[in-house]
Design a protein around this ligand. Structure first.
Ligand code: NAD
Length: 480
């Protein structure tokens, strides 16, 4: 087998970049390791500024042709990519699980079908994209959504292919070309996507994939003069670096960042449902940007809620994510384990009490943890842990609930559990969050805007908002 191919869970993956329709190697590589068992999965090409610039050049060269491709043809090709994803769901699921340790059953039944849906949805949406017309003193005003140019898309490891295609699909639909930079902790499925795009007939250079460390090639990509959009999903500190870098060219940015979302449980809620919603926050070992990691419970219901919660949490199975019975897999990386453990240890030292968990498990498997006796201004309440760690605070009345809920620098999402619809509406209106769920969690419609307030993000993607970001809007005025 070529030195540039690796076999993961029986699937052959090319470890090189994908630039201008061809595979390209780098002199250096980095080792991709599975969080399940620490096994090396492959030696992945480690880009330097040279390959990063080559990928932008390929995207720039392909742009005029792709932008001129009629929308119906672009949509046809995106649907062909969706078909290709659907044909390879099992392989994509196996590889993604080996790579980032998230549950195989979720990848099979939820995540990879959604990856295909990302392409199909934006293909359909493109064909419905409006062309607004106005008239002013007899002058026709025509508004069009024009392709903007090459886009740099930088993505994280917690849901690698889902988050990548959430950007790739609308950018390509818009008529833009793409340089995708997946996380160095989960590089594999982006490479498979390149194979799928090639098989679907996507022209060379329309989609490019560069592998490597963001710290090494990030600024080449984000400050490049030919790049017209930068869309980033990841952490706040990295977003600051990207924003500073993109500022040199005033390149428009979309930032989808971290969170510290609240789950508000009112005493009038169905407490069984509220406990279920809380336990759901351990999904993906808590490595979910939207996770409602701050549980806020009305004082009078706290005891009963905690009893139901601990009962349910005790039923969670932690183990190998390839096993259908597993509910919680490993953390992605030893660095993440150290980070999570550091947060919990410091919280316990500061006086927090672990209702469940609160200590390391074996390997990268950190047990589900609930900490109580925590102050609103403490680190564990204010900072994103990105692990299976929840805090529990109590409140009295709506005003205090809203004050605590809004009392961080984040504003990605919030969940409200209450039996009173009027209260749900009142409280939702006062919450600072891109998405508010009432008596449910994680229900998403791709037509709706998605993003965060405060430091959880800049801008909104989803539905036509994605096209507003990935397109240059133009008004053409014609005299009578
Ligand atoms: P991260 O910020 O460490 O890395 C994300 C990506 O940025 C990686 O591809 C990395 O290589 C790249 N990068 C690193 N330094 C760079 C630089 N200087 N220039 C350009 N790119 C650079 O984030 P992570 O640890 O991979 O992901 C976890 C974070 O992502 C959490 O904060 C989580 O909440 C957030 N997240 C947000 C959403 C959302 O939709 N809001 C979704 C998932 C994850």
């Amino acid at each position: 087998m070529s030195q540039h191919l690796t076999t993961v869970a029986g699937v052959t993956v090319d470890t090189r970049h994908f630039i201008g329709g061809d595979r390209a190697a780098s002199t250096e590589t980095f080792t991709d390791v599975s969080p399940i068992d620490g096994r090396a999965l492959g030696a992945i090409a480690r880009a330097t500024a040279k390959e990063a610039a080559a990928a932008v050049a390929a995207a720039e060269a392909a742009f005029p042709g792709w932008a001129a491709t009629p929308p119906a043809e672009r949509a046809r090709l995106l649907r062909a990519v969706a078909d290709g994803v659907e044909k390879r769901i099992e392989e994509l699921a196996l590889v993604e699980t080996a790579d980032n340790g998230a549950l195989l059953r979720s990848h099979r039944r939820g995540v990879m079908p959604r990856v295909a849906h990302n392409f199909r949805f934006f293909a359909d949406r493109l064909l419905k994209l409006g062309h607004a017309e106005f008239e002013t003193r007899g002058h026709a005003q025509h508004v069009s959504w024009d392709p903007a140019g090459p886009c740099v898309l930088i993505t994280p490891w917690n849901a690698p292919l889902m988050l990548a295609t959430w950007k790739v699909a609308p950018a390509l639909a818009a008529g833009d070309t793409v340089v995708l930079k997946p996380s160095e902790w989960s590089p594999l499925t982006a490479s498979l996507l390149a194979d799928i795009a090639t098989a679907a007939g996507l022209p060379a250079g329309v989609l490019n994939v560069v592998q490597g460390y963001g710290s090494e090639i990030g600024s080449t990509l984000t400050s490049h003069p030919d790049v017209r959009r930068v869309s980033f999903t990841g952490s706040v500190p990295t977003a600051r670096l990207i924003a500073a870098s993109a500022a040199s060219r005033l390149t428009p940015l979309s930032l989808e960042l971290g969170g510290k979302s609240p789950l508000l449980v009112f005493a009038d809620a169905d407490l069984e449902l509220a406990a279920e919603l809380a336990v759901e926050q351990y999904d993906n070992a808590g490595q979910v940007c939207l996770a409602a990691t701050r549980v806020l419970v009305e004082e009078t219901a706290a005891e009963e809620f905690t009893r139901r919660f601990t009962e349910k949490a005790a039923g969670l199975v932690q183990g190998d994510p390839r096993d259908e019975a597993t509910d919680i897999g490993p953390l992605i990386h030893p660095h993440q384990l150290e980070k999570v453990d550091g947060f919990v240890t410091r919280a316990l030292d500061a006086g927090a009490r672990a209702v469940i968990g609160g200590h390391r498990g074996h390997g990268l498997y950190y047990p589900p943890t609930l900490l109580t006796d925590v102050d609103q201004d403490s680190e564990i309440v204010q900072e994103e842990v990105f692990g299976p760690v929840l805090t529990l605070q109590t409140f009295t009345g709506e005003d205090e609930a809203v004050r605590l809920a809004n009392g961080t620098r984040f504003g990605l999402a919030a969940t409200v559990a209450t039996g009173d619809h009027e209260r749900a509406r009142r409280v939702a209106a006062r919450l600072v969050a891109g998405t508010v769920w009432t008596n449910c969690f994680f229900v998403r419609d791709l037509r709706a805007p998605f993003g965060g307030s405060r430091q959880s993000g800049v801008g909104r993607e989803g539905g036509d908002w994605s096209f507003d970001f990935y397109c240059d809007l133009k008004t053409t005025v014609t005299a009578p």
